[in-house]
Design a protein around this ligand. Sequence first.
Ligand SMILES: *Cc1c(COP(=O)(O)O)cnc(C)c1O
Length: 235
Amino acid sequence: MSPSLSIGDRIMAIRQTLPEGVRLVAVSKYHPSEAIVEAYEAGQRIFGESRVQELVAKNEELGAMYLDLVWHFIGPLQSNKVKYIAPFVHTIESVTSLKLLDEINKHALKHQRRINVLLEVHIAEEESKSGFTPEELMELLEYLSTRAEQYRGVRLVGLMGMATYTTDEEQIDREFAELAQLMQRVRDSGLLVEGEDFDELSMGMSGDYPIALRHGATLVRIGSAIFGERASSED
Ligand SMILES: *Cc1c(COP(=O)(O)O)cnc(C)c1O
């Protein structure tokens, strides 16, 4: 990150590196609402947050004023906290269990909404990262394939993954390739009820997004390269 550039400059610079059809999720976690407004003024609309309380607070500050601002939840999400974001969140990228999907569906229906959902896949070697294994993912999709009516509060739009935090680019490359292959496997499986909606591949962060782009990422989640280092490095 170049410290002399503004948030807007950095967004423009990153956007120029994105192929057509790839969208930028500006990961604003731990940064104040003012930083989001700066990005918004540079044309950015999709913002990623990873903590429920922080997202709720920012939505209260900004939601009424910036009506076309789109929130993506990207962090670990406890089922009992879904209710706080269900009224307004656009997409939840970090769905890691059927229990969580059930909860999102329930609260979305309560608010007469449909929330976009990405299923998170565990592609990294670190145990600390979460997500479905490919086998678990296929089982879940099989389960859902006969229950479309019940799950009309959620729209399955794709897969999300985080690569291992490493300088070994070949490893990152392998992990993103694996996710891209899994995406293809899912699309070919015949298990998707609304298969045409399932076209998002969310992968790539500040340090590794150029590699993700080579494997067909449609969403890149970039934080520190836009907003600078975060005060906390918890996630
Ligand atoms: C924090 C975070 C990002 C952004 O990370 P940077 O390295 O700051 O770009 C992307 N995805 C997830 C899931 C995150 O938690």
